[in-house]
Each structure stands twice: as C-alpha cells, then as structure tokens.
Design a binder for this molecule. Structure first.
Ligand code: FHN
Length: 469
C-alpha cells in the first residue's frame, strides 16, 4: 500500500470512527460522509467553540395564540399549544391566515443579539407543528404560500447576521404534526407521532428536500435538529441525514438530536456506537461537570416557555442568566439562550432588558468567556467559577469569576501547583497581591467591594498548563 493510500485510509477510518459509522474493529462504507481528521474537525468547530454564547429563537404560528385558546390559558410551552390543547389540524392551519409580523425587523433582532454579546443565532425553521418560516417548494404550509405576510422570514435574518458578523443557524423538527406521512400518537395527542405504513421514505425525502432548501437559501452554519424522539425515527436515519448534510456542506455543524443520543452524547448509544452529531444538547440544565470530552451546548429559556406566551412572566434574573453563561463556559460548554418573539415580530421587552444587562457585563468581561476552555479545577469552586485561555507567551490566563466576594480581602486558589506570574482585576487592571501558602495560592489586597456584584473577574497568569487539584 502506498504512503498516500495509507494516509487516505487513516483519514477515512478516523472520520468513520468519529461518526460512529465504523467501530475500531471494522470500517463500513459510509456513503457521502467526507473523511475528517481531528485537526479538520477542530477547524470546523473552532468558531462555534470560541463563540460560547448564542440566541435561540422560537417563532411560528404558536405566537398568535400565545398560550391561550378559546379564551382559556393553556399550560406548558407556548409552541406546544397544538398538542396541549389538542387543536384539530384544520383549525390550527387557520392561524396561518392571521400570521402577519408587520413589526418584524431582522436588523433589530440581530442588533439585540449582537449587543447582548451573542455570537450566533439559531431560529426555528419548522417546529413540531410543521409550519415553515421559509419558502419551501415541497409544501404550501409555509409563510410564503399560507400567510398574508407572504415572504420568507429566515433569509433576511440570515443575510442580516452575516452583515453584522453573527453566525446564522437554524432549527428543524423531525417530528411533524402536520405532514400526512406522520400521524398523531393518540386521539388525545399528536406527540409522539407514528409513521404511516410504507410512508417513512416519503417523509425522509421530504425532510432532505427541505434541508437542502434551507442550506441553499439561508446557508446556515449549524443545523439544530429536534423532535427526534418518536420511535419510528432511528439512529441510522440520523446517520443518513448527517451524511446527506455534510456531503452538501462539509463545514456544516450538526447537533446530536439528528440522531437518538440527546441524553447519551458523551456515551454510546443503544447499538454500542458513538452517537452521530457534533455536539451534545442538555436542555434547561447545565450538567454538573459539563460533558467531558465532547462539545456541548445548554439551551435554556428566560422564562418557562420557548414560544411566546402572554401569561408567562416567570423571568429569570439577569444575574442568573449571566452566571449560567459563566457556568457553561467554566465547564467547556456553550449557552444558547432563548427568546420567543410575538406574532407581530417583536422580541418581548423583558427579554430585551435582560439581554442588555448581559451585554453590559460581557462588554467589560467578554475576554473571560469567548475562546476560553474549561476550568482546571475538576470540581466547582466555593467562591465562583473559572475559565482559562492560553496566551501567546506560553503562559495561561485563569479567569476567576467571583460570585461570592470575600469579606477579608483574600481569595484562596486550592491546589494550584503552577508559578503565578501576575494577578489583576480584569475590569480596571488593578494589580492583586499573590502569596503562596503551602499547597495553595492566596490572592490578597482585594478591594473591599466587588467591581461587579454579579461576577467580578480576577485574572491570574500562570506558567505553563495549569495543574490544579
Ligand atoms: O419539544 C421541543 C420544545 O418545544 C423546544 O423546541 C425544545 C428546545 O430545545 N426542544 C424540544 C423539547 O426537548
């Protein structure tokens, strides 16, 4: 075997191994999946890993009822109202005739995300209700054919993202309560759908046609799948979709919900294979120790719903949202924070207020979040969280996010073995005294009050790679 052939075989096996197409024992053919070395994967994932913070947008017909149906409040998430209120398809479809987001301003939405310090936007292209916010040639159940608005909603947002320097990404639900090849799970609920006898290939082809439309029209950099749980959809189907998409766009990043590993990203799936997909997707929670060894992103709401609800006022505080972002970054993950725009096309004011608060904090402290890696301490620190970043001179900068400001003006770094060359407050550059006391480093002469009560960042530069118990 020539050297070239050996190299090519290594690439192919590596690529197949990562995608779980091949187990170490055997390499199966993987039609369409481009071979990828670890270096190539790192290059593909780099912008996403560095970004750390994105905006999730759940928008669709469900924003019209906004959690109310026939004058009554409907429990649960706003985007589930068709299922929760068991609304007949013919009745739910009529909402399309009311969908006219006259206040939709993609430039303003992107500016709100950018000012909040978000680096990417993931917007629903089609949620479980099956209604498409983009112009699809394979259905008329879309914003162009079925609504008074009559124009594609995603393409202008994608163009605005690229104009303002954000990454455009889109969400796609595999489960579809409207498509005729899927039928409701029971007479009381659409979820989870069942596939009609002999019509699975029809729906897989429909999905692939729409995904191709999305790639061609809005050029998303991430395809964020959801609704993967119905039994009729399998991990093998996920591999087919993953290969199809990566063949169309080798740079595309795809989440783990393209397959069946929502919970098991860091492990093996039921067939004992590595899960298909490029990152794990813990939802409404931040894993206690992150997901070691894999890329992951926590998606969370600001109140309790993804899609707009008139009556959901249970807003998390800006402090909580900032600390969630820090917590994710300190464990090597991303934070995808959701907004649910109104049917008129406005992001709710309470969401905007919180995003402005997060933006103010990131304006001062963003260096401690973007392009950082997880804390060198395996467990949580009593006073807050830590991230780290390699500097050009070979030192490593630790970013200590202090939530609980020490009263006596000193802060202990337990078990840090490295020599510390410098310590200072990120916000104003004020130097901090460093003292080694046995196995720990003590930072002293801290100001009496924190510079920011939500999280004050202390930079600690250490020689080499941080070694911390
Ligand atoms: O059912 C959906 C839900 O509506 C929402 O889109 C979340 C966001 O990740 N995903 C599913 C629930 O896991």
């Amino acid at each position: 075997m020539t050297v070239f052939a050996a190299m090519r075989r290594r690439w192919l096996v590596l690529g197949l191994l990562f995608l779980g197409i091949a187990t170490p024992a055997k390499a199966e053919s993987a039609p369409g999946i481009p071979p990828e070395t670890v270096e190539q994967r790192d290059a593909r994932m780099k912008w996403w890993r560095d970004a750390r913070f994105g905006m999730f947008i759940h928008w669709g017909l469900y924003a019209i009822p906004g959690g109310r149906w026939k004058g009554q409040p409907v429990g649960g998430a706003g985007e589930w109202i068709m299922n929760t209120a068991n609304i007949p398809v013919e009745e739910y479809e009529l909402l399309a005739k009311q969908f006219n987001p006259v206040k939709y301003d993609p430039a303003q939405w992107v500016r709100i995300a950018k000012d909040a310090g978000m680096r990417y936007i993931v917007i629903t292209s089609k949620h479980h209700d099956g209604f498409c916010l983009f112009d699809s040639k394979v259905t008329t159940y879309d914003v162009v054919d079925a609504t008074p608005w009559g124009k594609d909603l995603l393409k202008p947002l994608a163009e605005e993202c690229r104009k303002q320097g954000l990454h455009f990404c889109t969400y796609y639900s595999i489960m579809d309560w409207h498509h005729p090849a899927q039928m409701r799970g029971s007479d009381r609920a659409y979820n989870p759908t069942r596939i009609r006898e002999g019509r699975k290939r029809e729906y897989m082809d429909y999905m692939k046609a729409q995904l191709k439309e999305l790639l061609e029209s809005c050029k998303p950099e991430v395809l964020w799948f959801d609704g993967e749980w119905p039994d009729w959809y399998t991990e093998e189907d996920g591999r087919e979709i993953y290969a199809f998409l990566r063949e169309l766009d080798p740079k595309l990043i795809i989440n783990n919900r393209v397959g069946k590993c929502r919970k098991g990203m860091e492990g093996l799936n039921q067939e004992g294979r590595q899960c298909v997909g490029d990152f794990g997707t813990p939802e409404q929670q931040i894993p206690a120790s992150g997901l070691p060894g894999v890329d992951w992103e926590s998606c969370m709401t600001m109140n309790d719903t993804w899609g707009f609800k008139y009556d959901d006022h249970n807003w998390k505080s800006t402090e909580t949202l900032i600390r969630n972002l820090i917590d994710c970054a300190s464990k090597g993950g991303n934070y995808l924070l959701n907004v649910g725009p109104t049917a008129e096309g406005e992001i709710p004011a309470p969401s905007v207020e919180r995003l402005q608060g997060i933006g103010r904090w990131l304006k001062v402290n963003g260096e401690s979040i973007y392009a950082t890696q997880a804390s060198p301490w395996g467990k949580q620190l009593s006073w807050g969280r830590c991230t780290q970043k390699k500097l050009d001179d070979g030192t490593t900068r630790l970013y200590l996010h202090v939530f609980n400001w020490p009263g006596q003006g000193r802060l202990e770094l337990p078990g840090l073995k490295n020599d510390v060359t410098r310590a200072f407050l990120l916000a104003n550059g004020r130097e901090v005294t460093i003292r080694r006391d046995g196995g720990k480093i003590v930072l002293e002469a801290l100001p009496e009050k924190p510079l920011d009560p939500v999280a004050t960042v202390i930079c600690v530069d250490v020689k080499g790679t941080p070694q911390a118990d």
